[in-house]
Design a protein around this ligand. Sequence first.
Ligand SMILES: *Cc1c(COP(=O)(O)O)cnc(C)c1O
Length: 474
Amino acid sequence: MVNIEQYLRELPAVDSLLREPPLEALRGSLPRKIILAAAQETVERHRQRIRQHCSRGEPIDRESLSAATLACEAAARAESMARPSLRPVINATGIVLHTNLGRAPLAAAAVQALARTGGSYSNLEFNLESGRRGSRQAHVEELLCELSGAEAAVVVNNNAAAVFLTLNTFAAGKGVIVSRGELVEIGGSFRIPEVMSASGARLVEVGTTNKTYRRDYEAAITAETAALLKVHTSNYNILGFTASVSAAELAALGKARGILAIEDLGSGVFLDLTRYGLPAEPRVQDSIAAGMDLVTFSGDKLLGGPQAGIVVGRRELIDRLRRNQLARALRVDRLNLAALEATLRLYLDEEQAVAELPIWRALTARPEHLKERAQALARRLEAVFGPGRVELWAGSSRVGGGALPSADLPTYLTVLNPDHPGPEELAYRLRTGDPPVVLRLQHDRLLIDLRTVAPEEEALLAAAIEKAYGRRSD
Ligand SMILES: *Cc1c(COP(=O)(O)O)cnc(C)c1O
């Protein structure tokens, strides 16, 4: 007969557990509250374990109830409780703008701007020249005008907010004409028809899924029409028998009929992507040059900056956006603004932008170079996993983030086929390790794509894999 009381008496008290060396050692570095909670939770876990075992009539190894064993477990628990919930992750998926992993990592210059501005007061809304109140928009507006050729700019929290604010300001209670081929869903809860109705505007659909002509827009214009809206189909392609109306044609039609022409570019880039072997993506400056009244885009997609929504266009229209009561609710935060300014400054020199923005480094990485890196990693890991368990495959990376859906970026993958633990368990240990590593699990293999791993993260990645593989399963 297994005696539950006897086992429970054997469990160390929380007080004595706290005096064990592994927990004593944490005293200086972790808050007392966390160490105490970890000790209590550990004792409680073993209490439940004893009850479960006893109810099934199974004996328990006494050593597993010793103060020394519980102290080690409690120390590990305390360390994991003390770790921040939101922390850096190594992205070995090869998906460059991974929405779940925070989209674009920032350039070093943007990170420095965050640190500089975050820890002190700043001239966020203070004009140092005049000593009077200033606008937070002043820090980026000139840069945005310089890069886009627009007269004015305003930055809000994200592009969803930019589109919403634009529609609400100019089209509440009125009609906005959109092609049926451009009724985009971005994922999450951003869908053009829904955003339109939330903003108070009335959606007027024209054309068909694959073909929309200038005459379709023209026929739908009434006295109630506020705007023509062109939405970039950023996360899908319509191929085959297709027709759409260009930004220039739509802008000309708007002008001729006295209504606004607005374009939601989604990603919004300033670079000519075809120079880098990528599919063409409409540039912000081209939409402005085409005569669009207002153009909206994101800060953290192909721009490679922080989360932000940017509207560029005509001065009087931008001023009206700023005066909307909702602008305050949707306004950009000072840290994002600091990072955005630093990011935009890099674009003043295209070469510098491509060299220093992590997403451009990833997107323009040469396959031969990726192959060398993947090979070096494979050699290192083969020493750990054994011969035949590590391979080098040709594959492709993705842009992600709802941008360039058909871009195929040739890459090389370091492929692991571990036995003990198997691929699923190893992927789990890597995700829950420190730093966490996220990779692709496919064909019962672990696929590592170094395109999205910075060279300075490589040693950390290799060490994390070795540690996860060697970790005792408990
Ligand atoms: C991504 C995207 C949005 C939303 O932008 P967020 O910055 O994610 O809010 C809106 N419209 C289009 C066309 C997009 O691609």
